[in-house]
Structures are given as C-alpha cells and as structure tokens.
Write a protein that binds this ligand. Structure first.
Ligand SMILES: Cc1ncc(COP(=O)(O)O)c(C=O)c1O
Length: 405
C-alpha cells in the first residue's frame, strides 16, 4: 500500500503561473551537503543503454527562435521524441531498472548478451512474472514495451482522464490496462495493491516509505541523457549550461538533473523545476518545507506531469538542489509547444513544459530573469522529454500534423 505523506493541501490553490524562488538559494544551486543524493554517480547506465538494440544518442538541438524569445545566448534542446523505439525518454529508466532488478533476482547479471532476445532467455527463469505500474502515459508504455520484449506480462493502471490514444498505445504493447476512477496518485495506490499478488513486480518510477529500490534505478537510468549531452557539448566545444529547466511529475527526472549538474565540478547549473499549476506538488512542498500531497485536480494538458505527490527519493534532492520552481498553466505549455515547433522540434505538452517555465519567468507578471541566471549570454538547457504523444492535441496547438503521425 502507498503510505501517503501529510499534510494535504487543495490543488486549486494555484491559478495562472507562479514562481517560487528558494529564499536561501545560491545564484547557482548546488546539492546541499546534507541532502542525500538519490543515486551514486554511475557510468553503468550509459554503457548498458549503448548495448541495447536500436540505441543511438538523441539529438541535442539549438533553438534559435526560443533563444530570441528568451533573450539568452544559447538554448539547447535535448530532443527525446525518439528513444529506444518509443516517443519519450522513459525507456531509459525502465530498461535499466528492470535489468538491475531482474539480474538481482537471478543472482547474477546475464553474461555475454547481445540483444534483448538473449536477455529474455536469461530472465526466462523468473517467469511467470507480471510487471505492474501506474502511469499517465509514457512510463507505462515503456514498462509494457520492456515486458513484451522480455516475454513478461504487464498490468498498467492509468488515471481516468488519460486520453484514448495513450491508453491504446499501452494496450498495443500487449499490456492489460485498467482505468482507475481517480487521479494518477490513486492509480499509484491501485498498482501498489495489485503488486502484492504473487508473481508481480512493482515497476514504479515514484517512491514512498518502504518502496525505493526500483524507482532509484529509474533515476539512475536517466543519467544517459546527461552523459550524451556532456559528450556532445564537449565535442562541439560548447559551454556547459548555466541554467537547466526541467519539468516535474513525481520528480525522478529532475532528481537526475540535480544529481548530474548540481554536483559537476565548476559546472553547477541553476536548476529550475517546472510543474502544471494544479499539480505543483514540489512547489507546494518547497513552500511547506516538507512533502505535501495535493488533493485532486491534476487535469492539465501536461499529462505526464499531473502528479499530486513528489517521489520520496526526489524530495530531499529537489529541496536542496532546485534554485526555483515554476508553475505554468496550459496556455503557457501550448506556447512552448508552438515555439519548439518553430525551431523544428516536435514536442508534446509535457515535453515542452521546461521551456514553458522559462517563458513564464521572462514573460509572466513577475520579473525573475536576472536572479535565475537567464541573462543575455547564458547557456540554457531544456529537455523535450516526449514527442507528440497525443498527435490530435499537437495538431490543434500547432496548426499542422506532426511528422510522426
Ligand atoms: C513526457 C514527460 N516529461 C516529464 C515527465 C516527468 O518525469 P518525472 O515524473 O520523473 O518527474 C514525465 C513523467 O511521466 C513525462 O511523461
């Protein structure tokens, strides 16, 4: 069962945009010494991912229209619209977490494997095994895909407002999809209950007291994104980012960002978290100084970010490492989708939210640009974490069909 942290606050407290700057934040955030990094620095995930069939580094693009609009020197977009065969970054976390977890259950890492069929054969000893998770789309699709590739079953729980395209995409992987009457957080609870059954493995990207191992590995897996960025920037002689804006659902990706950039010698970036206004659970937790759980209302078009409770592992890292947290409404997310499209990047509503947060900072009613490092010479990084995973919505926002549709 999912132990819910307290206190709870109504999700309706925030409207429009909102910016929370950590009062004690240094100009460039670093992980506080007493904030336990959620993951050790590992080189293993990039090495593991490079061995997967179909692996290639995703593009790091320069977005000049967005640079002009933000008034910064460089705006880099890591484009995760095609990652290991799926239109979002999530395969990185799921594949690594599963590999580590199943190897541990087996008692050893499979030796000399060359492709996923080899891994499926090695892990066949663990069958029957059913992967169970909750999702608002992308994580569950990655779990379902990995289950299919490894010859396992998958049971995926989605909140009731999940659009049919996303449900269908998960089901098309062969997973059993259950629509839960409630929010993402309620889907998490259902998945946790379901995983009490024999032969089930809970494959969650969020964590709570007593359930941390798999989600910790999901965070580790995201390191591949930043290793690739670092390699590409080094090859181009580009300067490491001064500012990174990262969208937050439960905070696993943002934890990987803080863990990577917050600890880089001489390269610590100002890290800005971005959430939908009615799912700003990290922003509200920062205000409260402890994890809070938002009650209901997580219904933004940024489906992947509609989470009411930060991951337990993420919380201390984000509390220590975020310079600011920005809440944006759906219109700001749409503006970011259009701006990325103008720069040739097809990004879904959750994917574009990091840029949406930067737009909120420079165009919203509160002038915060300088304090957060968004200066004319600044090098800024955003991660477009998904392609148009709801192509009809993308078409309505941008006015043309996405190339992937
Ligand atoms: C496209 C996209 N971006 C960002 C996120 C946020 O990641 P996290 O939940 O680790 O904060 C998600 C989560 O589902 C997502 O689907």
């Amino acid at each position: 069962m999912v132990a819910r942290p307290s206190p709870s606050v109504p999700a309706t407290r925030l409207a429009g945009g909102e910016i929370y700057v950590r009062p004690t934040a240094p100009p460039r955030a670093r992980v506080d010494a007493d904030a336990r990094p959620a993951v050790e620095r590992l080189t293993d995930p990039p090495a593991f991912h490079r061995r997967l069939p179909g692996y290639r580094a995703t593009p790091l693009r320069r977005a000049v229209a967005a640079e002009r609009r933000l008034g910064v020197g460089r705006l880099w977009v890591k484009d995760e619209s095609q990652r290991l065969g799926l239109p979002a970054f999530k395969m990185l976390g799921v594949s690594w977490a599963l590999y580590r977890t199943l190897s541990e259950r087996l008692g050893q890492e499979p030796e000399g494997w060359r492709d996923l069929d080899d891994l499926a054969r090695a892990f066949a000893l663990l069958r029957p095994l059913s992967l169970v998770c909750a999702t608002d789309g992308n994580h569950g699709r990655a779990v379902a895909r990995m289950a299919r590739l490894l010859g396992l079953e998958a049971r995926v729980f989605v909140p009731e407002n999940t659009v049919a395209t996303r449900v269908d995409a998960i089901a098309a992987e062969g997973a059993t999809v259950t629509v839960v009457a409630g929010t993402y957080d309620e889907a998490v609870s259902r998945a946790a209950e379901e995983s009490d059954r024999p032969g089930a493995l809970l494959a969650s990207d969020t964590s709570w007291p007593g359930y941390e191992e798999f989600p910790r590995r999901v965070i580790e897996g995201y390191a591949t994104i930043f290793a690739e960025i670092e390699d590409e920037m080094a090859a181009d002689g580009a300067r490491a980012p001064d500012v990174v804006a990262v969208q937050i659902g439960v905070g696993a990706l943002a934890t990987a960002v803080v863990d990577w950039y917050g600890a880089r010698p001489g390269g610590a970036a100002g890290i800005i978290g971005v959430e939908p206004t009615r799912a700003a659970c990290v922003l509200e937790s920062l205000r409260a100084g402890e994890i809070v759980h938002l009650e209901g209302g997580q219904d933004s078009i940024m489906a992947g970010l509609n989470c009411g409770t930060p991951s337990l592992l993420a919380w201390p890292v984000l509390a220590g490492g975020l310079a600011a947290c920005v809440a944006i409404d759906d219109d700001r997310a749409r503006a970011a989708v259009r701006l990325l499209a103008a720069d040739g990047v097809e990004s879904g509503e959750s994917g574009a939210a990091g840029l949406g947060g930067l737009l909120e900072i420079v165009e919203g009613p509160l002038e915060q640009r300088t304090g957060l490092g968004l200066e004319p010479g600044a090098s800024v990084l955003v991660i477009s974490t998904e392609g148009p995973t709801d192509p009809a919505a993308w078409e309505a926002i941008v006015g043309r069909r996405p190339a992937c549709a």
